[in-house]
Design a protein around this ligand. Sequence first.
Ligand code: NAD
Length: 488
Amino acid sequence: MSIEFIPNIVDGKAVHVANRERSPVFNPSQGKLIAETPLCGLGELETAVQSAECAYREWSNVPVTSRAKVLFRYWELLQKHSEELSQLITVENGKTLEEARGDVLRGIEVVEFATGMPHLLKGENVPQVARQIDGQTSREPLGVVAGITPFNFPVMVPLWMFPLAIAAGNTFILKPSEKVPHCANRLAELFLEAGLPPGVLNIVHGGQEIVNGICAHPNIRAISFVGSTRVARHVYQLGTSHGKRVQAAGGAKNVLIVMPDADIDSTSRAIIGSAFGCAGQRCMAGSIMMEVGGPIVQERLVEDMNALQLDDTSQNPKAGMGPVIDLASQKRLLQTLDSLDSSVRMVRDGRKQLPKEGFFVGPTLVDNVTPDSRLFQTELFGPALSSMYPRSLEEAIEWQKRLPYGNGGTIFTQSGSAAREFIRQSKCGMVGINVGVPAPMAIFAFSGWDDSFFGDLHVQGTEGVLFYTRQKVVLARWDSDYIRSKGW
Ligand code: NAD
């Protein structure tokens, strides 16, 4: 089988890069090499920045209503190609077809939101704010901005960024994860087909060198980053030290609190989706289950876990669970499970009965985890759920507060007061009430706290619009005596 070489997309064209190191792209279900991503350097970045700068002069002057029309056409094309994009995700990321459809759908919703840019950019106006003076505000684009994205949502996360930035009048450079380059390129091709002028969206593939280059480039005004906490903190520190606006979303460890009155069926279903959906590779995955007072849902959960069918997601649209992204992730997870000591109890062991091919880890449940353990504190990013037994809701919330992260947390209960207490006291930015993955829709910001987010303005929603624009305040004096002096 021939290996595909992934091109950059710069100035509206596919650009093949020679003489650069390449990073392998696998079909994780099969463990097979399918393509290679070029690890570009500062030269390729410079060409893309120049193209984006040149395109900015024209694009920032295109009326916002006309820019929105390109977004409408893009929305239509994304709908038309949604199944193709979903298939592409299953091949290079490994999540199931159903999960891939969700990835695409949630991304399209951001484009839908971005088509409202004429409304979103409306400023404020106070006539006669002082004698003969009117005051008004407007929001202006920043210039060339950049996005750096992770492997786990190859369509949705890039779409969190560039549609809003571009609709607001910026031009964009996207550095996708080197592990899932096909989706990003296809997203750019479809945007060009929708009528986006060349240079407004450029894709430059690579790794650390490009990321550091973006952080230091004098003509890139802002950076959106989504990925692990280690790199998010680095990008935030390096980018801001170069005077850039940075929003950097990091990793997470999210709790699922089960109250004694939780509905067993729906709670188990929601936990299955939260902990094992996308093979646990979601920043909103529930990775710590806290059953208040003792086991409540565990027995049902294990039955439901046993029913999950691991299979090649690129071939079987009905596969229940896919693999993790690569061999390194698979090894890291299996070694973590191998290294657990006798203080914990393996209720369901995901190391057993794995498919022969591919980077699979089965759904795993580890019981009796304590809040001071490494398992509790560390993001595993795989299908391994820790189980704990706080004596009360208060203790569950106290344990949650010991986590360095602050993305999501969910409570399963029939009690309004327990839910209200959790909303008020929980230490995280996105709360679920009987919702396994409380990831906000495109109209809301994706509101991580603490080590899950560095910056002020989050991605998505109106915060996303504020991030990609800056405010101008105008005070205008037009003297009415002038009209009279002219005899008008
Ligand atoms: P990652 O941090 O390894 O990579 C993210 C991006 O940074 C990639 O484009 C990668 O090429 C680049 N990168 C990697 N190492 C780098 C380095 N040393 N210097 C500079 N750039 C580097 O993340 P990943 O493994 O692709 O994605 C999984 C992580 O992303 C998880 O921690 C997950 O929780 C997080 N994530 C967070 C959110 C959120 O909204 N908070 C959403 C999705 C994923």
